[in-house]
Design a protein around this ligand. Sequence first.
Ligand code: SF4
Length: 300
Amino acid sequence: MTIEEKILTLKKEKNALILAHFYQIPKIQDIADYVGDSLALAKRGQEAKQQLIIICGVCFMAESAKILSKDKTVLIPAVGAGCPMADMVTYEALKAYKEEKPERYIVSYVNTTAAVKTLSDICVTSSNALNIMKQIEADKILFLPDKNLGGYIKKQLPNKDIELWSGFCSTHQALSSDKIVAIKDSYPDAQILAHPECEESVLQYADFIGSTKGILDYAKQSAHKEFVIATEEGIMHPLQQQNKNKIFHLASSKLICPNMKKIGLEELYTCLKEEKEEILLDEKTIQQAKQPLDKMLSMS
Ligand code: SF4
């Protein structure tokens, strides 16, 4: 039996649901029941009939799935798969900020820990952040943790007083403006599709700025045939699968998130077999962290 067959057999026996992020390796994306962005994974887990949910992604994604499905068992195949950006804001640091500036409305990117979500007024994703922040009545806002996504939104909402946390995604940050200029010269007919976690100096060259789902949708409906992709390299797999007659170039070989690559087929098999590592959150954390997520869902 191949490892893929062993995984599928166990999945059937245990009636498990495998959900994978777009940044996972192709073999994980191919074996998953569903591939999507972090919020879509959490929502799929919530809607599923299965009681056993495997999240192939990083820890904050598995936590979000647990928060929305507290009575289900949520597992992650690589417990050390953290997100450096999410770790750039701690519960203690945000608590101290709130004590100093209680008037600020706290908007947290979903790339945050469950503990940070408990102190947040609302969560947003890269696809709904602008739309939701337009609807927020508060004028004084703290956006965290991504200064790049926050800066991109802030530019479009000049009437709001938005403070930015100083976090960033080390993977997207690795793409420099020099590199994007060089690649633009190499592929002059290509459109540049960039994720807003890239720095502004990179985003200024983009023909389209959007979330992973936004980039996939744009490439599919576009009449253009050639694209430079400025986000994590895992997205190249669904892009190529969904657009057989189009050409995609990754903007830089540095666009690889090491945490997203911690899960392989062996890790997934062991996770299913041993039912480890389980995401465990206490009831109070789940209850408090669910509020900003529910608020986002009701406004998006
Ligand atoms: S790509 Fe960036 S934001 Fe996404 S998990 Fe990796 S480090 Fe975190």
